[in-house]
Design a protein around this ligand. Sequence first.
Ligand SMILES: CC(C)(COP(=O)(O)OP(=O)(O)OC[C@H]1O[C@@H](n2cnc3c(N)ncnc32)[C@H](O)[C@@H]1OP(=O)(O)O)[C@@H](O)C(=O)NCCC(=O)NCCS
Length: 178
Amino acid sequence: VISLRDILSESPEGSVSDMLSKFSCERDKDVESFLKEKAIVQEKKHISRTYLIFTTGSCTELLAYFTIAVSTMDVTGIVCSKEMQKKMNINRGLAQSYLLGQLGKCDGSPKGLGKFAVEQATDRIIAANLNVGCRVIRVDCKQSLVKYYEGIGFMFARHNYNDDLVQMVRIIGTQTAS
Ligand SMILES: CC(C)(COP(=O)(O)OP(=O)(O)OC[C@H]1O[C@@H](n2cnc3c(N)ncnc32)[C@H](O)[C@@H]1OP(=O)(O)O)[C@@H](O)C(=O)NCCC(=O)NCCS
């Protein structure tokens, strides 16, 4: 797992763009286009941090990536338990959160790699939590992936403004589901 920031510090931006342009994710074209068109821009603006997962060995191949960022969450209409809401430290209708903004595997990558990517993202978020606080991890996903995220410890919180994504949360320090 290598950070895009580190790769950019060692290689010309053009060659990094070329490498990212080979990433293909037929299942979700937004996930593909973010990596190709926005990841470097957002990295340079300090909006988000992207991490790339490669095969090991001499012939390295990009298998998957994830992007994390800090994001404020409007909790209007939140439905998760009162205990969960208390842990979210809601203040004036807002909660601070670490957003798992992007997650995706390249076509043909092995099953379970996404879960590994979420674990890697969590490790990095825990490091940020130890340094600056905030214990909410959030993901905004399609309805079709709600069960997947529930299976790795996230809970339904609310729908987003446009009502096209489900906002799911997990509290750092609580047990994750297997
Ligand atoms: C989501 C993802 C990272 C999970 O990777 P993983 O942990 O290795 O798990 P799998 O690929 O086996 O996917 C888990 C299940 O979700 C389903 N799934 C994956 N992406 C999906 C999508 N975009 N829409 C609907 N279902 C999806 C898979 O078919 C699988 O279902 P199954 O268990 O019944 O076979 C990976 O499937 C992926 O890259 N999907 C495309 C991009 C995407 O949707 N990213 C999430 C954005 S919030």
